[in-house]
Design a protein around this ligand. Structure first.
Ligand SMILES: *[C@@H]1O[C@H](CO)[C@@H](O)[C@H](O)[C@H]1NC(C)=O
Length: 188
């Protein structure tokens, strides 16, 4: 039999070496779980947004970026917003001119700018999707301003175009969320 003294020494060694080792492993696992936490409110909002617009991203990072204002991070939606605006305008030009090839250039330009106007159309579309509640901004930034909401709205279509590798899907989804009376768009 081992003496009680021997058992005590073995237990002491165990508690000073092995136990802290396992505690450390456990702590590391917890940190990893936190950084990849799938159920943060932002992730949940992104999931809901994909359902609202009827498009599932292959690359979730693109939608994250689209919903990130420049005040929040270097990795932001500015460039996606530029692409998105072009996608919307191209799609609008195609649709209007496709319906009426006799339309004048001036008239076409007016119709296009109506569709993408920041204060009215673009911001309303973004608000209807509840983007002001999703987009990440710095604490000092008001996420309900037209520029922020509209930038995020446009960035969605830039992100879809990049995700799909073409602008067709993005254009189609724009029309499905833009039409006020479509009735199929849920509000968060
Ligand atoms: C944020 O901006 C919106 C739209 O411009 C405005 O109505 C609202 O009062 C602003 N909120 C704050 C806290 O400044």
């Amino acid at each position: 039999m081992y003496s009680p003294r021997f058992v005590f020494v073995v237990l002491a060694i165990l508690s000073f070496t092995i136990v802290p080792y396992f505690q450390k492993c456990h702590a590391e696992i917890q940190v990893n779980e936190l950084s990849f936490k799938p159920s943060s409110s932002f992730s949940i909002a992104l999931e809901a947004l994909q359902k609202q617009i009827g498009y599932t991203f292959q690359s979730n990072g693109l939608l994250r970026r689209a919903m990130t204002h420049a005040s929040f991070s270097e990795e932001n939606n500015r460039a996606l917003g530029v692409l998105g605006a072009i996608v919307i305008e191209t799609s609008a030009a195609l649709r209007f001119l496709g319906k009426d090839i006799e339309m004048s250039g001036k008239n076409l330009n007016e119709r296009i700018s109506e569709i993408s106007k920041v204060e009215s159309s673009c911001m309303m579309d973004g608000m209807r999707l509840g983007l002001q509640k999703v987009v990440r901004v710095s604490p000092k930034t008001n996420s309900s301003t037209p520029a922020v909401v509209c930038g995020a709205f446009r960035a969605i279509f830039g992100a879809i175009a990049i995700d799909a590798g073409k602008s067709d899907d993005a254009g189609n989804i724009f029309w499905s969320v833009h039409s006020v009376d479509a009735g199929g768009v849920l509000v968060l």
